[in-house]
Design a protein around this ligand. Structure first.
Ligand SMILES: [Zn+2]
Length: 135
């Protein structure tokens, strides 16, 4: 009885840090129900796609993504799909691409409004001075 309790406590311990992350974890193919290695992208038995192939993003590519998101706002959203990746670094890149796109769009709109306002003010001033001269 005492032994059972001890075993349960060990199993319930939430600390999984002792399990190495790279260790192959068996999973079950949703299509053919065969046990497959979790690191596989495709089921070796039926060929079903098990997960999205991991994406590798170099630092150069990362910087490129941020630049495109910042200067060509709509195109930054093509990397929004990175949010669905399991790699936290890729996820972060996707999130940043979206944030930069939104920020860039907001700044563009604000700039457009302020330029329109200043143009309107300038035009009004010119019209006023012209009509003052005329009269
Ligand atoms: Zn399968």
């Amino acid at each position: 009885m005492d032994q059972n309790i001890a075993t349960t406590e060990v199993l319930l311990t939430p600390d999984n840090s002792e399990i190495p992350q790279s260790a192959p974890i068996p999973t079950i193919c949703p299509s053919c129900k065969n046990v497959v290695d979790l690191t596989y992208n495709f089921c070796p038995t039926c060929g079903r796609k098990l997960k999205n192939a991991p994406i590798f993003v170099s630092l150069t590519k990362e910087v490129w993504i941020y630049c495109v998101s910042l200067f060509l706002p709509p195109f930054g959203l093509r990397w929004a799909k990175y949010m669905g990746q399991s790699d936290p670094r890729i996820k972060r890149i996707g999130a940043l691409a979206i944030i930069l796109t939104v920020l860039s769009t907001a700044v563009t709109i604000l700039l457009a409004i302020s330029i329109t306002n200043s143009l309107t003010t300038t035009l009004n001033n010119q019209l006023n001075s012209t009509s003052n001269l005329g009269l």
